[in-house]
Design a protein around this ligand. Structure first.
Ligand code: 1HN
Length: 345
């Protein structure tokens, strides 16, 4: 049962003026807006970016704007519900497509928000995170946790493009977003160390009193992820999804953003439960169609799309090969806040 609450217009003008004068306002006309019944009413609308449309725009940015003038040469991918230029793809997730040309460097900085890269194309790019040089190959997930120094470089001979995902909107909302700058970092002597230390699931280095790093694994190479998904698909008839976790703790790899690798078999349709998370889907390979709250999105390799909180989502693989996607979501944040929720459809 829902009572119709009083409106502002019902109140006498002199009373409204007096409230404004005193710096107060009545709650009841605003109550349903901030506390809708049953479920949230998202501002976020399902959005989609075709990589083949973004690519020439990004390459043109490479001609028009030298990296020195950009610091990070990025085209921001804005939620359609908020409009072009919005630094949000969903309520809590920022995404953008970044270009680095051969020989270029993007200077070191560190900031309070955390970032992750999903590599879209090109060979020879690398990022240095906290002194550790990490190669960037197609499909890799590379993390830049909040507070860690990071710079990007390029030793190859073709453009390198990657998708950035940051928990920036939350930090902006909290008035907690800021950066510090520095010259390029000295690279320490163990490039990609985590791949050696965490080469086998369930085994971590014995530390004999030394503490593991808070973010022990900064790079998850796609080849390993795809092999794991394909094996899971053989082992189960069910949904094939694997979460990226911190190998020391089993928790999500970053505090706010979560990452899940998905495989959809040829011809298969997956119909996940409604969930309170918002999500960005990036297609690593394959082709399909997704219905997001009734909005049909036709996607293929390198495309990106979003789903708002509690969206009704169906993904269908329309190709003859397995489809692979990485989902960036805010479930870890919502779990920490104690309200993550799934509902049957
Ligand atoms: C950032 O630091 C990077 O380091 C990319 O590559 C995109 C968007 C907003 C704020 C910081 C990067 C970013 C960013």
């Amino acid at each position: 049962m829902s009572v119709q609450l009083g409106t502002l217009e019902e109140l006498p003008q002199d009373y409204r003026d007096a409230m404004t004068e005193a710096g107060v306002a009545p709650l009841w006309p605003m109550m349903r807006k901030v506390l809708p019944h049953g479920k949230p009413i998202p501002t976020t609308k399902p959005s989609y970016w075709n990589f083949q449309h973004l690519r020439p725009l990004l390459l043109r940015a490479g001609e028009l704007t030298p990296v020195e003038k950009a610091e990070r040469r990025v085209l921001v991918m804005s939620d359609q519900g908020r409009g072009t230029g919005a630094m949000q793809a969903t309520s809590s997730i920022y995404i953008g497509m970044q270009l680095l040309l051969p020989g270029e460097t993007a200077p070191a900085h560190r900031h309070t928000p955390s970032a992750a890269r999903i590599i879209v194309e090109g060979k020879g790019g690398f990022t240095v995170v906290d002194g550790e040089k990490l190669p960037m190959n197609r499909g890799d997930l590379v993390l830049t946790p909040g507070g860690d120094w990071h710079d990007h470089g390029h030793e190859g001979d073709e453009p390198v493009i990657w998708l950035d995902a940051l928990d920036l909107p939350l930090f902006v909302y909290l008035e907690g977003s800021y950066a510090e700058e520095a010259p390029l970092q000295a690279q320490r002597n163990r490039p990609d160390a985590a791949l050696v230390e965490y080469a086998a699931a369930g085994l971590v280095p014995s530390r004999r009193g030394n503490q593991a790093r808070r973010y022990p694994m900064a790079r998850f190479p796609w080849a390993r992820t795809e092999a794991a998904l394909r094996q899971m698909a053989q082992y189960t008839d069910g949904v094939v999804e694997m979460d990226y976790v911190n190998p020391e703790t089993g928790e999500s790899v970053l505090p706010v953003m979560g990452f899940t690798a998905m495989m959809i078999r040829p011809g298969e349709t997956v119909r996940p439960p409604l969930s309170s998370e918002s999500a960005v889907f990036h297609v690593i390979g394959g082709a399909g169609e997704s219905l997001v709250d009734g909005c049909k999105i036709t996607w293929s390799e390198k495309d990106t799309f979003t789903a708002p909180v509690f969206a009704e989502v169906d993904h269908k693989n329309t190709g003859s090969e397995p489809a692979f996607l990485i989902r960036v979501h805010d479930r870890p944040l919502q779990e920490k806040l104690g309200y993550y929720e799934e509902r049957a459809r």
